[in-house]
Design a protein around this ligand. Sequence first.
Ligand SMILES: C[S@@+](CC[C@H](N)C(=O)[O-])C[C@H]1O[C@@H](n2cnc3c(N)ncnc32)[C@H](O)[C@@H]1O
Length: 337
Amino acid sequence: MSVLRSLRAALAVRRIPAVLGMWRDFRPFVRLHFLAAAFECGLLRSLRTPSTREELVQTLAVRRPELFDALLDLGVSLGELSLRDGRYALRGGRSKLIASDAGDPFAALAQEWVRYDNAVFRDLPPRLQGGPLGDYLGPTATIVARSSRILEPFIAAFIRELVTRRRPRRLLDVGCGSGAYLIHAGLADGDLTGTGLDIQPAVVAQARANVSSRGLAERFDVIVADVRAPPSSTIRLPFDLITLINNVYYFAPDERPGLFARLRSWLTPGGALVVVAATRDGGATIRAFDLVLRSTEGCSPLPDRGALSQQLHAAGFSEVRWERLALGQPLDAVVAT
Ligand SMILES: C[S@@+](CC[C@H](N)C(=O)[O-])C[C@H]1O[C@@H](n2cnc3c(N)ncnc32)[C@H](O)[C@@H]1O
């Protein structure tokens, strides 16, 4: 009898809690991959309007309908999609979030996990034996710039308050990514002007479009440049405030004093350099991020407060003030003057 046989098979399993735990873990893994793929192929955005399979096949230019059917079935089985009267619709909270404009950082983070962080774990065994670090940044640059915005609620509140308090006239945002913080700063103070700078041309194009869509293109230019070797003609000095947000780990610890000193020389007297970064003392997600950074060509481990303070002092800043930006999470800002 099949019930008896499967019962006997289940009882023969050793370490039952661990086995059950593993089965449970596979489900969120599958969900994350479904969400990333369904977002990337346009399915989730299309389903903002409930649609039939045929409509979806046409809109998304699907050439392998059997494969697409399997994706739809998976979505329904995960509870992310519903199928009623021949029409698919968004059902799960996560797919609804990711399909919305406001949920884009979560869409990007799912994409980042599938495309970039997965590869870090996949390639770890040969890397432990001395294999080369990963060159992940170029191909995922625009995804990383979007996923970084997951921290925006915490950082934006800090930037807006900082700008209102210090009233800088000119701002430089180094490694500006999406341009989100130029926008927050610009909206907090209508007289502020400045520059965003990023090394990745595709990211700069994204930032320019974002800045312009908020009507701030006249006040903020965004340029392609490596802050380590910026063409002097493209940056109009000096600035009252320079920000380095979520990117200090792109610079090796031993090059930071030199970089900070250069940025300090671009400041007006009394101006401030602000570094925002996740620092090392966090839980599993932060530890995973640290592992990703250590596996990536051109990146350094997450910083700790003490070392970063020393690097800022070595660059000539006399005062460094730390602030925690997220309750219970190691996301910190340091204001150096
Ligand atoms: C993780 S993203 C953060 C973007 C943005 N600051 C934010 O918090 O949303 C880091 C950004 O720094 C840029 N970047 C890295 N190294 C750089 C360099 N040497 N000069 C200029 N930009 C750089 C990357 O291209 C990327 O867009």
